[in-house]
Design a protein around this ligand. Structure first.
Ligand SMILES: [Zn+2]
Length: 610
């Protein structure tokens, strides 16, 4: 998600957005059809000792319905005072609701069609968006670190705002940090530390609240290209420079596909390992997990994904979390097109097939009739985080592939190029997209759109054939099953993806002896590649393969990325001995994880009854 604009143009777009998206967001208390915010100015100090952010949020708003109150979203915030023109004004907080928080209702003048109000507040130490790391939890081990994760509805736990993806605003900020640390935001960023520890930020393009982001720590910047660079802790910076050396090239390939990059710079920040996601597409600066540093550039499709969000998500944004596939399905499609342009067709085919397998696993896990396997979700009275599954990503991707096949690639590319341009800085819901599709590509109307969008599972006629490079992997597997020893297999040219398929296809009834031999030859248990080790642990832990226990513990103690934690813990929970071990490890490791991860894992491990 990410972009830049002239101010008058922004205002025009905002009005347009509001008019178009009267789609009610069940995850926000805001009433944008009456009054909505247009600009935020933050002035915050980071207090690492008490784990709080404190200061002021000044909000500019428009009052379009002569309303006497504006509604904001908050959760776990201490509101100290609200003023307008330096005069205190009246406000109330409603009763807290689980995960939604509290509506902050502020009296405003119904006669004026715009205004500015200043909220003095501070956050709580347990604010769900904020992760305060002790020095031990960082890569460098010397200084504390703070990072935010606002998606989906956690921005309200650190900024009082209208926390709905359909409402966009520009922002400026002043952030005070301890003197030896640096701050970056989803905005124009510093590249060197300053001696006062005071940093100024500006985001000129309107963004939804979930793209508000802040990181504070002892990191440094290294340029990678004219518009690209990377921030990382000192001991990670060199590795990161190598891993992401292709970033500028990637950006140019993306622009060639679907038009100009609208956000000026594209930087990455490598966060400490407890970051719960692979990456978060904060505009101008993607927050990334260090688990994509494989030292061979084999996991950079994740960067292609976050970069692609600069168009799908940040420019054209899901209007509500029920339309999450609008962000993610398009992004996976775009990501794989970038990877195809960089690495060739046969490489992209492997990525797509691995995605297909993930999708089939998800469908099996959820059950084919589960309403959560529809592209258009219904998350009313639920935490929108529950909508995050492979469905939005992979079913969304295969839906777009189906459209591409129908009209041919050149036509589909022209369609997408125009889609991003015409709908830039606007919300997009599923129905609006379907209308747009009907108008622009009428030949797609013979596809069973209803089955793809509103029905669970996959349309019955959909299947993906095994790509060439995986056919080769399976040949080698067959040789191994027929007695060829591991060292005699032809695996020299394999990338991470071939290995993932190889491990995934190992027979269920494999013996400990056979696992050991494979492990000795291919060093799976010692792999520094997070994808490979996770795949290996998933297969071996349920078989009580004891050499896997130590690397599993090491991984779980040091990594906080939910995508890996969940399958590894699940694999452990499949045996009595593993369950015991999983509980022990979780007790020690839990403090290293972000709330986004512990929310999922508490349910999985602590509430687990065997
Ligand atoms: Zn994404």
């Amino acid at each position: 998600m990410r972009n830049l604009f002239l101010l008058f143009f922004c205002t025009f777009l905002l009005n347009k957005t509001m008019a178009q998206n009267n789609n009610t967001d069940v995850h926000s208390f805001a009433q944008p059809q009456k009054a909505y915010i247009t600009h935020l100015n933050l002035n915050l100090e980071a207090d690492f000792d008490n784990k709080i952010l404190k200061g002021k949020a000044t909000l500019e708003y428009k009052n379009i319905a002569q309303t006497s109150q504006i509604h904001l979203d908050t959760r776990d915030l201490d509101i100290l005072q609200i003023t307008q023109n330096n005069q205190p004004i009246k406000f109330q907080l409603t009763e807290p609701k689980e995960y939604l928080g509290q509506a902050l209702i502020i009296d405003i003048n119904p006669q004026l069609n715009q205004g500015t109000l200043t909220i003095e507040y501070q956050t709580h130490p347990q604010a769900a968006a904020l992760q305060w790391l002790t020095p031990e939890q960082t890569a460098g081990k010397k200084n504390p670190f703070l990072f935010t994760q606002s998606q989906a509805i956690l921005a309200r736990t650190w900024v009082p705002c209208q926390d709905s993806p359909g409402i966009r605003f520009t922002y400026t900020a002043t952030i005070k940090t301890p003197k030896n640390l640096m701050a970056v935001m989803s905005a124009q960023n510093p590249q060197i530390k300053n001696s006062e520890g005071i940093y100024q930020f500006e985001m000129k393009q309107p963004i939804p609240a979930y793209l508000l982001a802040l990181a504070i720590g002892d990191f440094e910047f290294a340029p990678l290209g004219e518009r690209t660079g990377v921030y990382a802790e000192n001991n990670t910076l060199e590795k990161a420079k190598y891993e992401f050396a292709e970033l500028e090239n990637m950006l140019q390939l993306a622009e060639k596909l679907y038009g100009k990059y609208e956000w000026e710079r594209y930087d990455l920040i490598v966060l400490p390992p407890s970051f719960p996601f692979g990456g978060m597409e904060n505009p101008r600066i993607t927050f990334a997990t260090p688990t994509i540093i494989a030292e061979d550039r084999s996991l950079i499709s994740l960067v292609a994904h976050e970069l692609a969000h600069s168009w799908s998500g940040n420019l054209v944004t899901n209007a509500t979390w029920n339309d999450f596939w609008i962000n993610e399905g398009f992004t996976v499609y775009f990501e794989r097109r970038i990877m195809e342009a960089m690495m060739g067709k046969s490489y992209a085919e492997m990525l797509a097939y691995l995605g297909y397998q993930d999708l089939l696993h998800t469908l099996e896990l959820f059950g084919k009739d589960n309403p959560d396997t529809r592209l258009k979700l219904d998350l009313k009275d639920r935490d929108p985080d529950e909508g995050v599954s492979e469905i939005a990503y992979e079913k969304g991707y295969f839906f777009l592939i189906t459209l591409e096949k129908k009209v041919g690639r050149p036509k589909f590319d022209a369609f997408l190029h125009q889609y991003f341009q015409k709908n830039a800085f606007q919300g997009m819901d599923t129905e609006k997209f379907l209308e747009y599709l009907k108008k622009e590509l009428p030949e797609t109307q013979t596809i069973d759109l209803n089955a793809w969008i509103y029905q669970p599972g996959l349309p019955s006629n959909f299947a993906l054939t095994l790509p060439e490079r995986f056919i080769e992997v399976e040949k080698q597997l067959k040789k191994w099953k027929n007695g060829t020893p591991p060292e005699k297999l032809n695996t020299q040219q394999w990338t991470t993806h071939e290995w993932l398929h190889f491990i995934e296809q190992l027979p269920a009834e494999i013996s400990t002896d056979e696992l050991e031999k494979l492990d000795q030859q291919f060093k799976f248990s010692q792999s520094g590649n997070a994808e490979i080790i996770t795949q290996w642990l998933q297969i071996t832990l349920p078989l009580s393969y004891t050499p896997a226990f130590a690397p599993a513990e090491n991984f779980l103690m040091n990594v906080g990325r939910r995508k890996f934690l969940v399958p590894i813990y699940k694999a452990m929970l499949k045996t009595e001995q593993g369950t015991q071990k999983a509980k022990e490890i979780y007790q020690k490791a839990r403090k290293n994880y972000h709330s986004v991860a512990t929310n999922t894992l508490d349910k999985l491990i602590l509430e687990q009854q065997r």
